[in-house]
Ligand binder design. Structure first.
Ligand code: OSB
Ligand code: MG
Length: 368
């Protein structure tokens, strides 16, 4: 692959609804979109899932810009890349900064697929033509509001409901939801809001037949999660704690997790995401694709990776209209009765909408 130019755009989009987790409320998203052009003028696209604040994980839009500009882009410009699988190796001496790495690697994957005239899903080894998706519902002002959101999601056919929890909005709310919706596939996500001392409290969730509890304990922990898992029945799913196939190997060894949420940005890119998928498959651990309130570009990458065979649980990739008044791709991502058809067009399979992108760009940097 001959890379001629890297363009980083900083965009801002308003969310259709504010989204509240245990770590705060977001009303809009500021994020970076990466375009990488080859010598023939073909472009590959990806986005960074880093947000403007370091509340989910430590990376931010600003740290991503710094790491991309000063460290990662010079590597891409200097090295001859034959296959996108090489990129994570080329980046490996730069510690952490997973989201920044993933955004550049993702654009190279899209460019590679376009050069080969195939879909990104096919380039990744995807097999599924359709994927099942669920809805992630933030913390609400009242249980009535939560019920309304769940009902809406179910009426649109979403295959599972994930509700965010935090201390004070957990056991009793889940009890109410279960009473109202006794049989729906339901899970909760705590985004690291609890400590091991909360074992007795968290074990009260066991009576609600939840599919899983996502990341109850600290954002880098795999040790306390192992103890918690040995004392509760609800399967634990790790999100924040897993950055690599190495983290996963250790978590499996300790018994910290029974399900894995794969986020391309959190693990440094598609190549590492595939490795995590493969190791989970070997250990009969189901995986699903987590969401980070992505624009259509990130959403398209999520759809492509979800076409791999061990993504057996519905992911977070809801329809564009659940997040944005107007997305930055066309067509927008649509969900039909909880199912997305994986596009078979070349690359990510959706076209970046340049007019819309220009309209919401705050800053643009070109690296020749
Ligand atoms: O933990 O999965 C998470 C959004 C921002 C940060 C962390 C998380 C989330 C979501 C959003 O749950 C899911 C979505 O994109 O719909
Ligand atoms: Mg999560």
């Amino acid at each position: 692959m001959k890379i001629r130019r890297v363009i980083i755009r900083r965009l801002k989009l308003d969310l259709v609804y504010p989204f509240t987790t245990s770590f705060g409320t977001v009303r809009d998203r500021e994020f970076l979109v990466v375009e990488i052009q080859n010598e023939d003028g073909i472009s590959g696209w990806a986005e960074s899932v880093a947000s403007s604040d370091p509340y989910y994980k430590e990376e931010t839009v600003k740290t991503n810009l710094h790491i991309m500009e000063d460290f990662l882009i010079p590597i891409i410009q200097r090295e001859q890349i034959m296959h996108p699988d090489e990129v994570s190796q080329l980046f490996s001496h730069i510690r952490g900064n997973y989201m920044a790495k993933a955004a550049l690697e993702g654009a190279i994957w899209d460019l590679y697929a376009r050069e080969k005239n195939m879909s990104l899903a096919t380039a990744l080894g995807g097999v599924k033509k359709q994927i099942e998706v669920g809805l992630s519902i933030g913390i609400q002002d009242s249980t009535n509001e939560l019920f309304r959101k769940i009902e809406r999601g179910l009426s649109q056919g979403y295959k599972r409901i994930k509700m965010k929890i935090k201390p004070g909005w957990d056991v009793e709310v889940t009890r109410c939801v279960r009473k109202e919706f006794p049989t729906i596939p339901l899970m909760v996500d705590a985004n690291s809001a609890y400590r091991l001392e909360d074992i007795d409290h968290l074990s009260q969730l066991d009576e609600f037949q939840l599919m899983m509890i996502e990341q109850p304990l600290a954002h880098e922990d795999i040790i306390d999660h192992a103890e918690l898992q040995s004392r509760i029945q609800t399967p634990i799913c790790l999100d924040e704690s897993i950055h690599s196939v190495e983290d996963l190997r250790k978590a499996i060894k300790l018994g910290s997790t029974k399900v894995i949420n794969i986020k391309i940005g959190r693990v440094g890119g598609l190549t590492e995401a595939k490795k995590i998928h493969d190791l989970c498959q070997k250990h009969n651990i189901p995986v699903w694709c987590g969401g980070m309130l992505e624009s259509g570009i990130g959403r398209a990458h999520n759809i492509a990776i979800t076409s791999l065979p061990n993504f057996t649980l519905p992911g977070d990739t809801a329809a564009s209209s659940n997040y944005w008044h107007t997305d930055i791709i066309y067509p927008e991502v649509t969900v039909d009765n909880g199912i997305i058809t994986v596009p078979d067009e070349v690359g990510i399979g959706y076209k970046p909408d340049m007019n819309r992108i220009t309209a919401v760009t705050l800053e643009e940097k070109v690296f020749d």
